[in-house]
Design a protein around this ligand. Structure first.
Ligand code: NAD
Length: 335
């Protein structure tokens, strides 16, 4: 029997999770939700997903000629687990609803760790979500940092990591948020990213700063790590080559910026042109004394998607071995 998955909030993250769930052989999408009629609601129905909507908006969908399967509360009756991909501010109400319905739920990085008490990254702490009712997949940036920092810490013991995040200002389908011609520092220091990494790796010493720039695809992190063990540039390159969901590229091959990375993902025939891996510039990795320097890029819309799949497997006790789940997810998603 496949695990039955409901997606609450069929937006940027929700629609990608839906595609990835249906690529697996041990889980399936049994419903998605939208709050208002829209092209995305139409596309969900065209993709064959049963569409559930708020009770009070059922007539709105009927008038728009969009076929619905029932109310959001109806969806809970047919699911084992909800992947909640709603935007902020509605999580408290939904948490109460999920408790009442007796279903499991995964939230995304827009929510606080306190909501679930458990946060998830497949490589770093898969087992902490084993069988739990609620968990949270950390944000795109936090996932990006953990993907490289966890193996570095395991192999060379991180003394302190200093990271500057250069963040995209809005997603490609968003025309409301800026800046469109400015660079905006996040003045609250440390930014929330460091503490968010600590929700998965509580022992790590990490300091983060961030600026928003006018682009819609990808973040870049400039990373400086003081290591406790002596190592070399070549050893770090070898480690990253062996790390799942980390991809090394070279600027001398023409990958000079995020533009070529997104082109590469499209040319690789990836679903929606997504780059699920964290991309590290091999020729930008350098160890000087015990300090490591590197640049990495994060496709904000997609790096968390395989993590959601592994989180479902851990919470629903489908696979005990984290590496086996990661391999299975990667194979099904073409990573
Ligand atoms: P989004 O705005 O693209 O999609 C949110 C969806 O939720 C929309 O389909 C909207 O119609 C629906 N929705 C709104 N209110 C709802 C309600 N009350 N009940 C049910 N559905 C409702 O948002 P997103 O970018 O997909 O973000 C979702 C979550 O994922 C957030 O926690 C966000 O922080 C996190 N996240 C986003 C990104 C990113 O880059 N977009 C990356 C990683 C994590």
């Amino acid at each position: 029997m496949k695990i039955r998955v409901g997606i609450n909030g069929y937006g940027t993250i929700g629609k990608r999770v839906a595609t990835a769930v249906n690529q697996q052989d041990d889980m399936e999408v049994v419903g998605v939700t939208k709050t208002k009629p829209s092209y995305e609601a139409n596309l969900a129905v065209e993709s064959g997903y049963p569409l559930y909507v708020p009770l009070e908006n059922i007539n709105m969908f009927k008038q728009a000629g969009i076929e619905i399967a029932g109310s959001i509360a109806d969806m809970y009756k047919s699911v084992d687990i909800i992947v909640d991909c709603t935007p902020g501010k509605v999580s408290k109400q939904y948490k109460t609803d999920y408790i009442d319905a007796g279903v499991k739920a995964i939230w995304q990085g827009g929510e606080n760790h306190n909501l679930t008490g458990v946060s998830f990254n497949a490589s770093a702490n898969y087992k902490e979500s084993w069988g739990v009712q609620f968990s949270r997949v950390v944000s795109c940036n936090t996932t990006g940092i953990i993907r490289t920092m966890y193996p570095l810490d395991k192999e060379f013991k991180v003394e302190h990591a200093y990271i500057s995040l250069i963040r995209r200002s809005a997603d490609p389908n968003d025309s409301k948020i800026g800046p469109i011609n400015a660079i905006e520092p996040v003045v609250e220091i440390p930014t929330h990213h460091g503490p968010d990494v600590q929700s998965v790796m509580p022992w790590i010493n990490i300091s983060t700063m961030a600026v928003k720039v006018p682009t819609t695809l990808m973040h870049i992190h400039t990373v400086i790590v003081k290591l406790n063990t002596e190592t070399s540039t070549d050893q770090v390159i070898k480690l990253f080559k062996e790390t799942p969901r980390v991809k090394l590229v070279k600027s001398k091959d023409g990958i000079r910026s995020t533009a070529q990375i997104m082109d590469l993902a499209r040319e690789m025939g990836r679903s929606r042109g997504d780059m699920f891996e964290i991309v590290v510039w091999e020729d930008g990795i350098k160890v000087i004394d015990n300090t490591l320097y590197y640049y990495q890029a994060v496709n904000q819309e997609s790096d968390v998607i395989p993590e959601n799949i592994d989180c479902i497997r851990s919470m629903c006790k489908l696979e005990e071995n984290p590496m086996k789940s990661i391999e299975k997810t990667n194979k099904a998603m073409g990573i």
